[in-house]
Each structure stands twice: as C-alpha cells, then as structure tokens.
Design a protein around this ligand. Structure first.
Ligand SMILES: *[C@@H]1O[C@H](CO)[C@@H](O)[C@H](O)[C@H]1NC(C)=O
Ligand SMILES: *[C@@H]1O[C@H](CO)[C@@H](O)[C@H](O)[C@H]1NC(C)=O
Ligand SMILES: *[C@@H]1O[C@H](CO)[C@@H](O)[C@H](O)[C@H]1NC(C)=O
Ligand SMILES: *[C@@H]1O[C@H](CO)[C@@H](O)[C@H](O)[C@H]1NC(C)=O
Ligand SMILES: *[C@@H]1O[C@H](CO)[C@@H](O)[C@H](O)[C@H]1NC(C)=O
Ligand SMILES: *[C@@H]1O[C@H](CO)[C@@H](O)[C@H](O)[C@H]1NC(C)=O
Ligand SMILES: *[C@@H]1O[C@H](CO)[C@@H](O)[C@H](O)[C@H]1NC(C)=O
Ligand SMILES: *[C@@H]1O[C@H](CO)[C@@H](O)[C@H](O)[C@H]1NC(C)=O
Length: 529
C-alpha cells in the first residue's frame, strides 16, 4: 500500500523490506527495535533569518547493540526518504549487521526529518517544508552524532570521540556522501551506495540499463509499440489513440501522459508506481521481485493464444498492415496484472491509481512521505524521469519534464517565506562536487545495472575512476542493481560471488579506517589527503 504513493528513488527499498519482513525466518528477524527520540534542531542555520531558530522537533531513531563491545564503532544508517522501521532489515541481516558483526559495532537508524514520525510540523505547507533541505538533513546527522544517547549502552559514544561510520543507499547514499564531505571533522567515514551524487532535472537515462540489459526481444517490442503510439499522437489520430488506450482498458485516462505512465508501470512509471520493476530486482528474490521478468516473459510470449496475438493487428491499418508485435500480450498483461493494483478500479483517480491531473490532490498539505519526497525533487534534487530525446524509448515521448514540474506548481504554492523554484535548483545539490565529490574515508559502491547509475559516482558520464585508495575507495559491481549490497543473509560466505566479494570489500575498507582512528582523533585539525 505504501509503495503506491512512492515516487522515484524510493520504492525498491520499501518493497524489499516488506518482502523481507514476511519471508525471513532466522532468529535475528525476531529482533524488534524500540523507538528513541532525539531533540533535533529545526533550523541549524539561524543566520538564515528564518523562524524556529531555537526550536526543536523529535527525531526518531533505533538502536541495535547486539554486537556491541566497548571500543567498537557506531554505524549510522541514514534513513533517507522513508520511515525508520522500513529500514530495520539493514540492522537485522543487511550491511549494518555485517559490519557490526565484523567490528563489534553498534548500529543506529536515524529517521530523516519529514519522514516516518519525524515531522517538525503537523502539516506540510510550503512554509513548513522550508527546513527540508540537504544542508539541514546532513546537519542533523552531525548534530545527532555529537549528542546521541544510547539507552542501556555505556559509555558515551558520541562523535568525534567514537568513530561514526555512515551508510546509506540511494538518496540516503548521497546524504551519506554529503555528510562526510561537509562534516568530516565529526563523522569519521561513510559508505555511499548507489548514491546519486550529480543530479539533472530530466533523467531519461533511468531507462538506459533496462534498454541495454533487459531481454532484448521484450525491449524491442515495447520500443516499436511506443514508436507507433507516438506516431498516432504526432499525426493527431485521436480515434486510433483512443482505440489504443481501450486495448489496455485505460480509455478513461484522457491525459496522454498519465496513460503513457500507466502502461509503463511494469517497466518504470515516472511518477508514483504500483509494480515491481527492474529497480526491484535483487540478487536474492527474498529481497526483491522477479515481476519484471514475468512481464517481459508475457510481452515476448511465443505461445500466446490467438485471441491475444490477434490484437497485434488491431491498429495495423495505421502501419501499412504491419502488426504491432507483442501489443496483444502487453495489453493483456496490463489488464490482468497492473490494473488490479489500483484497488478502487477508478483508474483516473490520483494518488492510489494512475491519474495525476487533479490539482486539489496535490494541494493537500497532510504530512506524507510522498509529499516530502516530491518537495525535495521540486526544490533541489530534480531527477524527473522522462522519455529520452533521441534513440529508442520504453516510455512514450509525450512525457517530458513539464509533466512532473506541474505537480510541483500545484503542490507548493508560494508561502510567506518560502517558494519552490520554477525548476529544481540542482546547483545546491551538486555543490558538493557532483561526480568530482571526494572526502577522506568516503567510499562509493555502485552497480552497472542500476537505473540510477547515470547519476552515481560510477556513471558513464563521470570521469574514469583511477584514483582509488584506502582513503578514497570505490567499487563498481558488474551485474548489480540499485544498492544491492544493502541486503545480506547472515552468512557472507554463502552469498553469490559478486555480493560476497562486495561485502568482504566493505568489511576490509571499514577495518582499515578503524585502525587509523586514534591517530585521526589525536591529530584532528591536521588535514590529511
Ligand atoms: C535564539 O537563542 C539565542 C541564544 O539564546 C538568542 O540570542 C536568539 O535571540 C534566539 N533567537 C530567536 C529567534 O529566538
Ligand atoms: C559525551 O562526551 C562529550 C565529549 O566529551 C560531551 O560533550 C557530551 O556531553 C557527553 N554526552 C553525554 C550524554 O554524556
Ligand atoms: C487534433 O484532433 C482534435 C480532435 O479531432 C482537434 O480538436 C484538434 O484541433 C486537433 N489538433 C491538431 C493539432 O491538429
Ligand atoms: C506472465 O506473467 C504472470 C504474472 O507475473 C506470470 O505468472 C507468468 O509466468 C508470465 N508468463 C510468461 C510466459 O512469462
Ligand atoms: C482496416 O482497413 C480496411 C480497409 O479500409 C477495413 O476494411 C478494416 O475494417 C480496417 N481494419 C481495422 C482493424 O480497422
Ligand atoms: C480531486 O482530489 C480531491 C482531494 O483529494 C478529491 O476530494 C476530489 O474528489 C478529486 N476530484 C476528482 C474529480 O477525482
Ligand atoms: C569536475 O572536474 C572536472 C575536471 O576538473 C571539471 O571540468 C568539472 O567542471 C567538475 N565538475 C563539477 C560538478 O564540479
Ligand atoms: C535468500 O535469502 C533467504 C532469506 O535470508 C535465504 O534463506 C536464502 O538462502 C537466500 N538465497 C540465496 C540464493 O542467497
């Protein structure tokens, strides 16, 4: 249910976590974590003249001390754009468990401001969202590290007296990198996994790994169907466009972009999405979903019955009699498996289904994770998924960045002291260095199959990575998707080779850093490179 309202970078995590909680049956999964509450500053930068300079809110956090022994480090799992509890798997059996076990560490999940139960305000008006910025979020991590209290754990484990090592995947990975870069005098190190470190406003490259690595028969069929649909649109053949929509049971979606997004749902819907996509694949199916491959199996099914393959000819009059190969199977898959994900059956409704054009829906100021995430996209992050400007496409070209920008304009009317820019101001986000970002004891780990890799340290657009060192380590995993190193199975040696070696690399990296901690602590103030 939660994933229905999920946008962009987020959903993989949520779906994986739900699957984990249901399917795992090892003792550590019985661990429950009680919430703790930290008095966090609303505004870390009173000099900005904004209100709430001396006010705090309660920020929720969770602690796992089951491996802790005196002298061990603190691992801060950055919550990112979701609730603390949806990250529990990382303490139970994922990367934090792996690192805690290897180093007698203590694990903490700090919930991001404006997510879960860590809202500074009762609603989320434009003004109330003023303090949801990258700078405030990473300042939370530093202030928390300097003042955190861990109930039942002795002694004082605050930073910088104790080594604090951050880990985050996806947006939380970028926040990890930015925190270590900005607050490296407090935070000893961090591992940024699949971290989008350099953003752009429109991000059609989201589809690139799918275009390149997914089963090519399926990809080509979708590409051709998208080309044909776009041809109908370009020629303004409205009768044919409506016939096409009706084949998918979606004639009610009068906005072509909503329709295009809906039929892209199993591949990647640029807004909220309902299906498990390429992003939700995982090396272990307990932590992900195989649905994308089932979808492709359907689209390229060579044994589809005649009543389905017949549909390939429904619009062949518009393509000189040539069938739209796979159209029947594609439409049948959407009707059978995708539309039922909209429980109300009101396909054009906003939020729960495929419509996005109801302005009042966007104006609703109720606190929600999707609203917070959209706000960040609109202000600093961008990364709106749209159709590629050239080359084959898995998403109709009717979707450009104005589709998502419209939501920003509807959702966040000007407030008294805050307004969202007409287009995301990505310069703030990229000011940490973009692809050039570097900081001591900041590690980057990415996967070449990741839909977000185009924004990550190992993006094809980034400089070649030839300067790796113990202080600036990096690993690019062939065959891995979106922060696939986050999940573990409580036995690193039993993992598939590429994940096992990534985890061993992370353990080694952190252990090397910890050896130097005393020297760092005593020599603080001296910058070493
Ligand atoms: C915040 O507290 C400081 C120090 O106590 C004080 O000087 C300042 O005026 C306060 N600011 C506001 C906006 O209340
Ligand atoms: C922990 O130690 C630091 C540095 O010595 C100190 O500033 C802080 O007040 C201590 N915190 C607690 C909860 O004792
Ligand atoms: C497209 O067709 C519709 C309905 O037939 C018509 O109202 C509209 O003006 C046409 N648009 C263009 C750009 O030709
Ligand atoms: C079609 O998708 C369904 C639902 O995921 C799946 O059970 C089935 O195996 C798929 N069919 C093919 C031919 O891949
Ligand atoms: C295609 O065009 C032919 C000739 O105009 C017509 O008889 C036929 O009904 C059309 N088929 C479809 C599916 O519209
Ligand atoms: C638009 O959204 C508002 C607020 O969510 C809702 O009350 C209203 O019924 C919606 N309108 C339509 C036409 O769906
Ligand atoms: C990264 O470094 C390269 C080479 O020095 C430079 O051309 C580029 O502008 C830098 N990018 C950013 C985002 O700072
Ligand atoms: C996948 O994860 C489950 C649950 O942790 C585990 O039982 C299973 O052995 C794992 N499979 C593989 C191939 O790693």
């Amino acid at each position: 249910m939660f994933s229905l309202k999920t946008v962009g970078l987020l959903a993989a995590v949520i779906i994986r976590t739900q699957a984990l909680q249901v399917k795992r049956d090892t003792p550590r999964s019985d661990l429950t974590y009680k919430p703790n509450y930290f008095n966090q500053k609303i505004n870390h930068f009173p000099e900005n003249g904004l209100p709430y300079a001396n006010t705090t809110f309660t920020q929720r956090y969770y602690v796992d001390s089951s491996y802790y022994k005196p002298g061990g480090p603190v691992y801060l799992y950055i919550g990112g754009e979701t609730s603390g509890p949806s990250r529990f798997s990382n303490l139970q059996s994922g990367i934090i468990q792996i690192l805690m076990e290897a180093t007698n560490g203590l694990g903490v999940i700090l919930e991001n401001r404006y997510y879960g139960e860590s809202y500074p305000f009762k609603t989320s008006t434009t003004d109330e969202l003023t303090f949801l910025t990258t700078a405030q979020t990473i300042a939370d991590n530093s202030y928390f590290a300097q003042n955190a209290v861990f109930p039942g754990v002795d002694p004082n484990l605050t930073a910088p007296g104790t080594p604090w090592i951050l880990y985050g995947g996806s947006l939380a990975g970028a926040q990890t990198a930015f925190s270590v870069k900005q607050h490296g005098d407090v935070l000893y190190g961090g591992i940024a996994s699949s971290a989008p470190v350099e953003v752009v406003v429109g991000y059609p490259e989201w589809y690139s790994p799918i275009q390149k690595y997914a089963p090519q028969g399926c990809v080509m069929r979708i590409n051709n169907i998208v080309d044909n649909f776009d041809m109908l649109i370009a020629k303004n053949l409205s009768t044919a466009v409506n016939e096409f929509k009706a084949l998918f049971g979606l004639e009610v979606l009068t906005d072509h972009r909503d329709f295009a997004a809906a039929i892209a749902d199993p591949i990647g819907n640029p807004g909220s999405y309902h299906s498990n996509t390429w992003q939700e694949l995982n090396w272990n199916s307990s932590y992900g979903s195989r649905d994308f491959f089932y979808f492709c199996g359907n689209v390229s099914d060579i044994d589809a019955p005649e009543e389905i393959t017949r549909v390939d000819y429904a619009l062949s009059n518009y393509t000189n009699g040539m069938p739209w190969t796979g159209l029947g199977s594609y439409a049948n898959y959407i009707k059978t498996y995708t539309l039922p994900l909209c429980a109300s059956g009101d396909y054009n409704s906003n939020g729960d289904c495929f419509g996005t054009q109801n302005q009042s829906y966007w104006e609703d100021t109720t606190n929600s994770e999707s609203r917070s995430y959209v706000y960040t996209s609109c202000t600093e992050q961008g990364a709106y998924i749209d159709a590629p400007k050239e080359g084959p496409s898995l998403l109709s070209r009717v979707v450009d960045t104005s589709y998502e920008q419209q939501w920003c304009t509807w959702a966040f009317p000007d407030g008294k002291y805050n307004k969202v820019p007409p287009s995301p101001d990505i310069s703030v986000y990229n000011s940490f260095g973009g692809f050039n970002i570097t900081a001591d004891r900041l590690a980057f780990i990415d996967g070449d199959q990741d839909v977000w890799n185009g924004l990550c340290y190992h993006s094809p657009l980034a400089p070649p990575r030839t300067q790796t060192s113990d202080l600036h380590p990096e690993l690019f995993i062939t065959g891995a998707g979106h922060h696939w190193d986050s999940a573990g199975i409580l036995d690193v040696e039993a993992e598939p080779q590429f994940i096992r070696e990534a985890h061993l690399w992370e353990i080694r990296t952190v252990k090397k850093w910890l050896r130097d901690f005393d020297a760092w602590k005593h020599g603080k103030g001296i910058r070493r490179h």
